[in-house]
Structures are given as structure tokens and as C-alpha cells.
Design a protein around this ligand. Structure first.
Ligand SMILES: [Fe+2]
Length: 395
């Protein structure tokens, strides 16, 4: 079953919704109707309906998505999001304040592709927010999204950060950088992704799984630039330089460097900021202090960059509002907030960075089209299997 978790939408919309709900009895009746609506749509939400008290289910702004076709508000848009509420909610509130368009949102951690496939043209989702060109491309490949032409989006978002036919648009950017031990890696000792393969790095690397989307995209970019054979040779050497089998998430590589397990890791830039400012898990601040950010390939094609992004679904019932939301998210104010709250880079040029992000320095990003990189993802994934990358050194 899916693991979608409905969470209340923009404050004003939710307040308005509560205002229309009326008595507790009316709330319960509405919840029952919503659950029947779900069953009719064949969704795997029964577990969710059991988990949540009826009033909670009805009181979330998801209810209008799920109820059996009530008369809809004049202007609204329905959104599925892999991006988290702390990041998205302020932007949606600002969008509603500016446009009067209510946003109904379902936050998810996984299962979005399967859910959209199951729903088909009956999906209530008008647009999706997600991360990584892998997931964006999966939506295109499954024919779940539609082309959008927008002068605003085309002006705000560089061509290499959007699908050539407008089937997805990058909204924030993250560089896949090195974390180098401040104590054990000399400045300048590593400067290129090629250096991950050099003999001097034997036993000094830590990486997460080669099959993780972030690494698959990096390897796909290498294939796009260097071809499959050169990338295979590189990947075998990288594998044999590992200090341990690939494991953990990006942050786990900084932890390993902090603990002296290895000297060099590969990670997305924003994790540096999230660790350095983590007030709940303060040990992560120590991990961040142990590493220096190095932007690879500054003398070559530039550092590999991936995006979070959005797409308008093929099933969209509120297409114009969905496009308007994407345009809003690509504008100056949203770009600043969107990028800085998660220590990412705006895709729109001229937008200020978070001071911590700015402190890592300016860098040259690889400007190869991410849609082109995405074409090599399947080959990259196969290569990881072929060289048994995840079995570690000497496999
Ligand atoms: Fe991430």
C-alpha cells in the first residue's frame, strides 16, 4: 500500500474548510462519504482511513480531494508532494495569498508513481513536486505528465534544468560534491570525479549505494560525457578505492569521515547545511565540521547538479492553476525561500543564496541537459550491477 500521509493544506484554505464542515455529526458523515469515495476509486487508502479518526480525515484539506465530487471551489489546485511541509507550506501559503487559488496537498514519502499509475486519468492530482531527475523521468516514461509551454517558466528556468517539451521543470538545484576530511585530505588533493579513481585514494573513500538515485544520476552524467567504457573503468577503480561496502545515506558518509573510517565522501550540498545547523541531532554539527566542501571538475565540465522539480499531470483538472503554481515557484520570491530553507541553489539566476550556502563559494556547474543525462540512467544502473559496485572493493 502507499505511504501517503495527508496533512492539512494552506492555513486559510483549511480554516475555510473547517468553517463549512458544521456539526460533529456532519463531519463524521462527510468522512464516511470520503471513505466510500476512496473505495470507489480503488485506492489503497483503507489502512489510512482506519488509522485516522474520521474527523481528522475529514478535517484535513485532503478531504475535498477524496470526497465524491462535491461542487468545487472556484479556484483550486491539487498537489502531490515528495517535498516536505516545512519547505513547501510557506510557499503555498504565499501562492494562495497572491492568487486566491486554494492548494490541496498530499505529502508523500514513497509510492507516488504507483499511486498516479493506479489512478490514471481519475487522479485528483494536477501537479507533482518531487526530487531528482530519476523520479521526474519516471513520470515522463509512465506517460503521467503533460507538456507545458510557459514563457514565464522558460524565462526563469535555464533550459538544462527543464524537460525539452516542458514535461518537468527544475525548481531548485543541488550539487553532488566531495566531502573531504579537513585533517586528512590536503587542499587540492582531489579536484575531479576522476580523482575518486586514482591510486592515492585506495581505502579512503566512503559512498552510499551506487543504485541510489543521486549516484545513478552522477554516473549517468559521466556516461553522457565520457561514454560507457570509460565510465565502467572509472567505476571499477572507484569501487576498489572504497574503505567499506557502500552503505548509509549521504550524511552517513560525513559521519564515517568524522570517525576516521574514510577520508572522502560524495554528497549533495544541502546536507552540509542541514548537518551544520541541526539543533536536534547536534552530533551532526561535528560531522559537518569534519569535512570541507569541494566542488569537483571546476577545470572540466563542472560539478554534477541535480534538481528538485515539478510537473503537471496528464490527468490535471485544474491545468491552468497548476501552471500558475509552477510559474509562482520559479519566481524571485519563491525561489529565494525555496532554495534557502533547504540550503539548495535557486534555478533562477540572480536570486540570493543562504549565507551558509554562499560560504561554500561560487562554483561552475555542469550545464549538460539533465534530460540528456536521464537517458543514461538505465545504463548507469546496469553498470553498477555489472561491476558489483555495492559489494565493495575487489568484487
Ligand atoms: Fe536528499
Amino acid at each position: 500500500m502507499t505511504t501517503f500521509h495527508p496533512i492539512a493544506s494552506a492555513g486559510p484554505a483549511n480554516a475555510a474548510l473547517r468553517g463549512t464542515l458544521g456539526s460533529p455529526g456532519a463531519v463524521a458523515r462527510r468522512a464516511r462519504r470520503a471513505r466510500r469515495g476512496l473505495a470507489r476509486r480503488g485506492l489503497a487508502w483503507r489502512g489510512l482511513a482506519r488509522l485516522l479518526p474520521a474527523a481528522v480525515l475529514a478535517a484535513t484539506a485532503l478531504a475535498p480531494l477524496l470526497a465524491p465530487a462535491p461542487a468545487r471551489a472556484a479556484e483550486e489546485v491539487n498537489l502531490y508532494s515528495y517535498r516536505q511541509p516545512f519547505l513547501i507550506q510557506p510557499l503555498l501559503d504565499a501562492f494562495t495569498a497572491e492568487t486566491g487559488i486554494k492548494v490541496n496537498i498530499v505529502y508523500a514519502q514513497k509510492g507516488m508513481l504507483e499511486k498516479l499509475k493506479a489512478e490514471g486519468m481519475n487522479s485528483p492530482a494536477d501537479a507533482v513536486l518531487t526530487v531528482d531527475i530519476g523520479r521526474l523521468t519516471d513520470l515522463v516514461d509512465a506517460d503521467l505528465v503533460q507538456p507545458v509551454q510557459s514563457k514565464v517558466l522558460e524565462a526563469n528556468i535555464p533550459a538544462h534544468y527543464r524537460h525539452p517539451d516542458g514535461k518537468w521543470f527544475g525548481l531548485s538545484a543541488r550539487a553532488r560534491i566531495f566531502w573531504a576530511s579537513r585533517d586528512r585530505v590536503k587542499p587540492g588533493e582531489v579536484a575531479s570525479y576522476d580523482d575518486l579513481a586514482k591510486p592515492a585514494m585506495k581505502g579512503r573513500l566512503c559512498l552510499r549505494s551506487g543504485k541510489h538515485a543521486y549516484n545513478v544520476s552522477l554516473i549517468a552524467a559521466r556516461i553522457a560525457h565520457n561514454g560507457i567504457d570509460a565510465t565502467r573503468d572509472w567505476l571499477v577503480k572507484v569501487r576498489d578505492n572504497l574503505a567499506r561496502k557502500p552503505q548509509g545515506n549521504d550524511r552517513a558518509q560525513a559521519k564515517a569521515i568524522y570517525e576516521g573510517v574514510c577520508d572522502l565522501g560524495v554528497a549533495n550540498t544541502y546536507y552540509t547545511g542541514k548537518m551544520a545547523t541541526n539543533e536536534k541531532k547536534t552530533e551532526q554539527q561535528d560531522w559537518a565540521k569534519a569535512v570541507r566542501v569541494v566542488f569537483p571538475d571546476q577545470d572540466g565540465v563542472g560539478t554534477h547538479v541535480n534538481v528538485s522539480g515539478a510537473a503537471v499531470t496528464r490527468a490535471a483538472k485544474h491545468r491552468d492553476n497548476a501552471v500558475r503554481l509552477l510559474e509562482f515557484l520559479s519566481g524571485d520570491a519563491a525561489q529565494k525561500l525555496y532554495a534557502e530553507r533547504n540550503f539548495e541553489y535557486p534555478v533562477k539566476s540572480g536570486v540570493a543564496l543562504h549565507p551558509l550556502v554562499a560560504s561554500w563559494g561560487a562554483f561552475k556547474a555542469d550545464t549538460i541537459s539533465l534530460a540528456e543525462v536521464a537517458k543514461h540512467r538505465a545504463a548507469a544502473s546496469r553498470l553498477v550491477d555489472e561491476v558489483k559496485f555495492n559489494d565493495g572493493p575487489g568484487s
